[in-house]
Write a protein that binds this ligand. Structure first.
Ligand SMILES: O=C(O)c1[nH]c(=O)[nH]c(=O)c1Cl
Length: 314
């Protein structure tokens, strides 16, 4: 079977990539992704200035030996926009496409980063993060539809005719799928939607210590891993159905070829891995590629297009 695909007219060897935030904050990690079997890669969401982020412990896998997922409240630690812009200038675009994720703390910061990017000659693809749940005092843009609309109006005009994408939080209500999609569909240069970011503000408890397990925010943090797969699939399919002109990138609960296959069936063109990558490292891409290929072989599919978005209903 052939795992090759295209995204915004760029060729990819396979549809797998990292989720922003995982294994992509510093040069050594980015180089490891570059060397890995990932079909594409994305940088850690950045702010205009470097940030230390929240106090540790701020990431934990949940339930010890049999982890069902992760909880994190990193707090947007990153090396700052200029660092990632420099990486976009030294990335090997022949080997795989690069996405750059920005998550400005203010509209002005987002516009400043957009301004820095729009003149850049690099073909890095912009993914704007509207869904960081862990910056104390900063509500998620993705849950404030007016603010999201205003940001998209400003950002798309600042970015001109260049295509870009948005990273959305999970939604849990059909009316919210409808409203978010209606906003996105008013911005034709928003060429893709990445669903989902972590399920925000979960709480994990350790009964031995009778305590929370991460330090920031009294233990509240974003949930990833097996726990979020059904919600991730729903968001991928909801936006796939509602935004026929846009590509969907699936993220959430992918740890093997099985979940990658589900995301593609639900409408994802590319598939991101976060928690599973954090735990296994960049070798995961070769493993999941082989597993996806085996599933396709068994089902008689020779290309992704033969089942992409072909989820059946009853
Ligand atoms: O705490 C974080 O850095 C973080 N953590 C997440 O789970 N999603 C995000 O978008 C971000 Cl920005």
């Amino acid at each position: 079977p052939n795992l090759a695909t295209t995204f915004l007219d760029l060729p990819l060897n396979n549809p797998l990539m990292n989720a922003s935030g995982v294994w992509c904050s510093v040069g050594s990690q980015l180089e490891a992704l570059q060397e890995s079997e990932a079909g594409a890669m994305v940088t850690k969401s950045c702010t205009l200035q470097p940030r230390d982020g929240n106090p540790e412990p701020r990431y934990r896998v949940l339930n010890g030996d049999k982890p069902w997922g992760s909880i994190n409240s990193m707090g947007l630690p990153n090396e700052g926009f200029a660092y990632y812009l420099r990486y976009t200038e030294r990335h090997d675009y022949e080997s795989k496409p690069l996405f750059i994720s920005i998550s400005g703390l203010t509209l002005d910061d987002n516009l400043a980063m957009i301004d820095g990017l729009k003149d850049a000659v690099t073909p890095a693809i912009l993914e704007i993060n509207l869904s960081c749940p862990n910056v104390p005092g900063k509500a998620q843009l993705g849950y404030d539809f007016d603010a999201m609309d205003t940001l998209l109006a400003e950002v798309t005009s600042g970015y001109g005719q260049r295509s870009l994408g948005v990273k959305l939080p999970p939604y849990f209500d059909i009316a919210h799928f409808d409203e978010a999609a209606a906003i996105l569909n008013r911005y034709p240069t928003v060429a893709f939607v990445t669903c989902i970011n972590s399920i925000g503000n979960a709480l994990a408890i350790d009964i031995d210590s009778e305590s929370v397990i991460i330090k920031p925010k009294d233990g509240f943090g974003g949930l990833g891993g097996d726990y979020v797969l059904p919600t991730a699939l729903a968001n991928v399919n909801a936006f796939y159905r509602r935004c026929p002109e846009k590509a969907i990138i699936g993220c959430g609960g992918v740890k093997s070829g099985q979940e990658a296959f589900m995301h593609i069936l639900a409408g994802a063109t590319l598939v991101q891995m976060g928690t599973a990558l954090y735990e296994e490292g960049p070798g995961i891409f070769a493993r999941v590629k082989a597993e996806l290929s085996e599933i396709m072989e068994k089902k008689g599919y020779s290309s992704l297009s033969q089942f992409h978005g072909k989820l059946k209903t009853l």
